[in-house]
Design a protein around this ligand. Sequence first.
Ligand SMILES: Cc1cc2nc3c(=O)[nH]c(=O)nc-3n(C[C@H](O)[C@H](O)[C@H](O)COP(=O)(O)OP(=O)(O)OC[C@H]3O[C@@H](n4cnc5c(N)ncnc54)[C@H](O)[C@@H]3O)c2cc1C
Length: 498
Amino acid sequence: MDTSASTLAAPAPRRLRIAIIGAGMAGILAAIRLKEAGTHELVVFEKADRIGGTWRENTYPGLTCDVPAHAYTYSFAPNPDWSSFLAPGPEIQRYFEDVVRRYAIAPLIRFGCAIRSCRFDDTRRLWTITDDQGRDDDFDVVIAATGVLHHPSMPALPGLGEFAGACFHSARWDHGVALDGRRIAVVGSGSTGVQIVSALAGRAARLYHIQRTPQWIMPMPNEPYSEAQRAAFRADPGLIDEIRYGEHYTGLVRRFTRAIIDADAPEMHEIETIVRDNLERSVRDPQLREALRPNYRAACKRLIYSSDYYDKIQQPDVEAVVGAIECIEPEGVRMKDGSLKEADVLVLATGFQADRFVRPIKVRGRGAADLDAQWTPSPSAYLGITLPGFPNFFMLNGPTGPVGNFSLIDIAERQWAYIEQLLAPLARAECALVELRADTLRAYDERRVTAARRTIFGSGCSSWYLDATGVPASWPWTYEAFAEQTAKPQAGDYLFTA
Ligand SMILES: Cc1cc2nc3c(=O)[nH]c(=O)nc-3n(C[C@H](O)[C@H](O)[C@H](O)COP(=O)(O)OP(=O)(O)OC[C@H]3O[C@@H](n4cnc5c(N)ncnc54)[C@H](O)[C@@H]3O)c2cc1C
């Protein structure tokens, strides 16, 4: 990359002090890459006592990834031992723990260290990071890898506090609560709610799946890998590459993102046909079928992948309750139609505050620019990575990046490769600061909002994809466009301050 500060005469290389906030999938990735480069001093701050982020916090029954496990794997650390096509959550957590061990990242991590604020000092050109104990530390560069789906969203249901049984959010599963033979109400019909209901059917005495809006369900078989298959993956990594990079999966992703960005594309009609046929074929009772028929277009909400939900919801011990909740009573869930769904356990599969990103960390950039103010009413970042006013501050999986039915590991790897290129002129001491130009983000947002309104996410449903202004917040262009635009930073997009 040609930087405007590159005319300086061959300065000595600089050892940067770099802070990574978060030891989930993205923070681990950045730590491994920076450790391998061996050039900089590195500290990873993690508020929990273990790595893993999403996969540490979500331990609910039935959790699997919904992209092929071999695609939900770092490109540099393939895993021939995945037990099934879609790996179970605990196995994914073990994978990340194993990678951290193999790459000896743990000594770099300060566990139990929640970051409260990041303040940029214009004079010293340093970021001061403050943790929840009030300890300060100075860094040249901050990498925020604090997650997308991290802060649970609690529903504002009247009477919630008066429920007499056990009640918890799906990301705070209480494993001390018995489930077998109990009456369980699961609220929420996103991927999590669907996975929990599919896993608990047959275990609960009575299982209610309470949903304001039913979902379109894409059938997705999840076959276990045999020992022979795993041995073959070990012997020939090309077989893993075939799953991950082969036409079958990449073609699916390509067609899927084309469908998303053009609601009239043939690819979208193909998706609609599959999910409609799935509903028609799988749900026998016409009344239940109509109750489970969404009144919005497929993929408007994040598409649900499941091979067994429709089977499970038709079991005699399971009831789909489609409608609005009036309130929670000590005995159970009172629906607006007056019915009471009596329950011993209430599971809130109500998702996450998907607009938080780095927040609630207070981030103050150049001239005390306030991130919270900049992100009101809704957050944005160029390619999900950088912001004007916040020099040497980079995000992984930040706002407006692609979040959909494909591997976020691939997205984070692309973003990291982009960030590495922005760190290079700093490390060569060609400049002290790299900062996105304000007009770069402005032009990006203008194009992005126009394109976002045309995506399937903007086709008339409510979902966590929509920001506070009702605009879909996810990347509104193709997957190929994301790959292209993150391949190489354009020097003209940035200010390089010597
Ligand atoms: C139930 C569920 C299923 C999912 N399934 C898939 C899937 O199948 N495929 C897919 O691609 N994606 C999936 N995702 C998305 C998933 O979040 C990402 O794939 C990935 O795990 C995100 O990694 P991350 O490191 O960006 O964030 P996270 O995993 O959220 O990690 C962020 C880390 O930062 C730490 N942190 C946050 N704030 C602070 C702070 N102030 N101080 C210190 N530490 C902090 C957190 O404790 C956490 O460890 C799923 C998400 C959920 C919730």
